[in-house]
Design a protein around this ligand. Structure first.
Ligand code: NAD
Length: 451
């Protein structure tokens, strides 16, 4: 018997008791989660430093503060989200009232990722709590120190009848995904996603898959070069490139390529100094296998910036590679590290055609002052998320859904979108006994007699 089944049964029992449904309970759990972040901030920052060499300021910005804002937003909006949503009725159904009642799904499984292991594990949990679910939380085994903080402390803050933390590797993930959860929320790579979806299918468990892909940044010749370079360097080298929405590669209009590379070089030096390995602000690669994979991709390529690495520290310098052809290994799969290939294009149209030959990306970035041109990208390129003239910043807007499309994922979350993901939006129509028009009832052959 699957050893995790008992845990799921306990959660199901809690859910069936109705504990998680009241608004006040959900609000209290969200506040407790905030308290956990407050009380164990130091432990989490240290763990992130250990797992990914993340500097505390970066962890604050991209993990702790991100979650605190998400909790604040959810707490403020939750009384509105839980209310039945009234909708109008067709004339044929008059008199009636129709409402959409959000109801919790039940017991859900959250499989966290390792690259932002606090944010990407707890943001789905915030949504699950807000929607009134029980959750089994499985942090990534690759961010081991962070997982330990969750295992040791999180359970002391959340209601232990409704939330469990289980740590472990692929085997544990496999056991969990075979169980009849009411929803599985997974963040990570496409290979595991396929196995998870196949396991979930056996129980008809719905899944949300937050995946990745090759997110392009298109640089057109009219872009503000200094601001653009700063924003690309920030978005690419944050967390040593291990960000699912980092620009994976650049598509640059030929006429400005050399100027762009100079601007990137200057910006990298401004952020991380002449030797980024000594910078407190620059992270490390999660584990040796991932480091090996990245450094192998680097072999014999045309490195114009960076290119140094150090196995002992799992360090890879912020690197830019020029003259990359479409069929280079760097262009075959998501890089997920601090290597930035530059591919020249003659025009925006060529860039669009290039992107459209690849699976739909998680994020699309375009830098241009030409609004009509940007509109072309919106209309002609399908991507999980789009951000013009910046990178990553759309993540800060809780009013926008976050999620992929096609190979970059399915389903979405953040703010009310997350609440809806973890809710069944139940339609409830209430009719009146009056005006019982006979026309709709058989026998239809006697229709004429009824009018
Ligand atoms: P991974 O291969 O380490 O897998 C992640 C999790 O899946 C692990 O916890 C593991 O235990 C589990 N797992 C692995 N195989 C499994 C199986 N057969 N059955 C059940 N569970 C299994 O993750 P990774 O590929 O290193 O993650 C990197 C990827 O994640 C990148 O593609 C990145 O773009 C993506 N990502 C996406 C987002 C997002 O929000 N969309 C965020 C972070 C990372």
């Amino acid at each position: 018997m699957n050893p995790q089944l008992k845990t799921l049964e306990q959660l199901q029992h809690t859910f069936d008791s109705g504990l998680t449904r009241p608004l006040s309970w959900r609000q209290q759990q969200l506040k407790q989660l905030s308290r956990f972040l407050e009380d164990h901030e130091k432990d989490l920052l240290e763990a992130l430093q250990q797992d990914l060499g993340k500097c505390p300021s970066e962890s604050q910005l991209t993990e702790i503060q991100f979650l605190k804002t998400d909790i604040r937003h959810s707490l403020k909006a939750l009384p509105g989200w839980v209310k039945p949503r009234k909708v109008s009725n067709p004339m044929l159904a008059w008199p009636a009232t129709s409402v959409i009642v959000p109801e919790p799904l039940g017991s859900v499984l959250v499989l966290g990722a390792w690259n932002y292991p606090v944010q990407l594990t707890l943001a789905p949990v915030i949504a699950a709590i807000a929607a009134g679910n029980c959750a089994l939380i499985k942090p990534s085994e690759h961010a081991e120190a962070t997982a330990k903080v969750f295992e040791k402390h999180l359970v002391n803050y959340l209601d232990s009848a409704a939330f469990k933390v289980i740590t472990g590797g692929v085997e544990v993930s496999q056991q969990l995904t075979e169980l009849p959860f009411d929803h599985i929320f997974y963040t990570g790579g496409p290979q595991a996603a396929k196995a998870i979806m196949a396991a979930a299918a056996k129980n008809l468990t719905p899944v949300t898959l937050e995946l990745g892909g090759k997110s392009p940044a298109v640089v057109l010749s009219d872009a503000d070069i200094t601001v653009m370079a700063r924003r690309i360097v920030w978005g690419k080298y944050l967390n040593a490139g291990q960000t699912c929405i980092a620009p994976d590669y650049l598509l640059v209009e030929e006429s400005m390529k050399d100027r762009l590379i100079d601007a990137l070089r200057e910006q990298i030096a401004q952020f991380y100094g002449d030797d980024p390995q000594q910078s407190n602000d620059y992270g490390r690669i999660i584990h040796e296998q991932h480091w090996q994979r990245l450094t192998q991709m680097l072999d014999s390529e045309n490195v114009v910036i960076g290119g140094d690495f150090d196995k002992r520290e799992r360090y890879i310098a912020p690197t830019v590679i020029d003259g990359v052809s479409g069929d280079s290994s760097l262009m075959q799969e998501e890089i997920f590290g601090p290597l930035l290939p530059v591919v020249s294009v003659k025009s925006a149209s060529e860039a669009i055609e290039f992107i459209n030959t690849k699976p739909k990306p998680l994020a699309l970035y375009v830098f241009s002052k030409d609004k009509r041109m940007l509109k072309q990208f919106t209309q002609r390129v399908s991507a999980g998320n789009v951000c013009y003239n910046d990178t990553l910043m759309f993540m800060l807007n809780d009013n926008l859904p976050f999620g992929g499309v096609g190979q970059s994922g399915m389903g979405c979350y953040h703010g009310k979108w997350g609440f809806d993901t973890f809710s069944h939006l139940k339609p409830v129509m209430t009719r009146s006994f009056s005006f019982d028009v006979a026309l709709r009832y058989p026998p239809y052959s006697k229709l004429k007699d009824k009018v």
